[in-house]
Design a protein around this ligand. Sequence first.
Ligand SMILES: [Zn+2]
Length: 122
Amino acid sequence: MSTIEEPVKRGHCPRCRGPIPMSKGIFASDFRCERCGVRLFVSGPYVRIIGVLSVLVGWLLVWTLGIRGFFFVCLFALLAPFPVIFVMVRVAPHVLRPVFVFLKPGTLTTLRLGNGPGRELF
Ligand SMILES: [Zn+2]
């Protein structure tokens, strides 16, 4: 018997290994696995890629719509990513299933040494 666990597949629960139905609800802060009830988060790199792609597509939309002038470019460049991310969170999980993690991704890592949220799950 091997002690090495198989890696968790994309779109599956890291605890029970069951498939997770894709919806925009997977991005909610209180999302839980339907089978085992563990609180899950979409991995940080996946969320960051969706954010960056939304900004780039939003800026591309501003550019292709022919919006020119410093004021309008700044205004629409700030506003355009929001409708794009509205669509991205609904479409992206069906195109590329995310990896789920137990801990909320953040900008800082505590190497799981802290007593923060999610620690009680282990
Ligand atoms: Zn589960």
